[in-house]
Design a protein around this ligand. Structure first.
Ligand code: VGL
Length: 193
């Protein structure tokens, strides 16, 4: 078994009622839980990332000083240790094998920028476990899912996106991101439950 699942940023702040809630986020969290219930055993490792920003600074301009543009600047979100930074309540994390945190003091869209509490990175996990295939799900399609999928392709892995297990900030840029990811070589498919 040489397949990994990446679950990107399924956190309270990215789901409905969160500081940066995306439409359909709660539904995606629940669908990922159902998917894992049936399919976690198909994966050698299941890696989940969390945005984990500082609360006492703007994280390298990632938190807007005034009005966010929702492209490069954002409302404060996923501050380490707060409810918003916790995994979404609908996401059952019991089958996650590795937990990565990213964005401490800076913008970090890709799961590859994350580190586990013991310093492990996604790149080292892929090597250690001989991972060839990576499936990517989570939030948000047009930002962290996009960056994580493109990085996975960049790392030479075969990548699939489950289109029913992602949700995005903007419909247009989410469509554009999916086209871009497909063009870069990923397969876009439905999870099949
Ligand atoms: C994300 C916007 C800002 C994401 C993170 O997880 O996709 N989006 N920070």
């Amino acid at each position: 078994m040489t397949r990994a699942l990446f679950v990107v940023d399924v956190q309270n702040d990215f789901t409905e009622r969160g500081a940066l809630g995306v439409v359909g986020g709660d539904e995606v969290a629940q669908r990922i839980t159902r998917f894992l219930g049936a399919h976690a055993v198909d994966y050698e490792i299941v890696v989940a990332s969390r945005d984990w920003h500082d609360g006492d600074n703007d994280n390298g301009g990632h938190f807007a000083a005034g009005e966010p543009d929702f492209i490069d600047t954002w409302p404060a979100h996923c501050v380490a240790g707060t409810f918003g930074a916790e995994y979404d309540e609908g996401f059952d994390t019991s089958s996650i094998t590795h937990h990565l945190k990213k964005g401490q003091g800076k913008p970090a869209y890709s799961l590859f920028e994350g580190v586990a509490d013991d310093g492990t990175t996604a790149a080292s996990l892929l090597e250690r476990h001989g991972i060839i295939d990576i499936d990517v799900v989570g939030l948000a399609t047009d930002y962290c899912v996009r960056a994580s999928a493109l990085d996975a392709i960049e790392h030479g892995r075969r990548v699939r996106i489950f289109t029913d297990l992602v949700a995005g900030v903007h419909p247009d840029s989410s469509q554009k991101a999916l086209h871009e990811i497909a063009h870069a070589g990923a397969e876009l498919i439905e999870s099949g439950g």
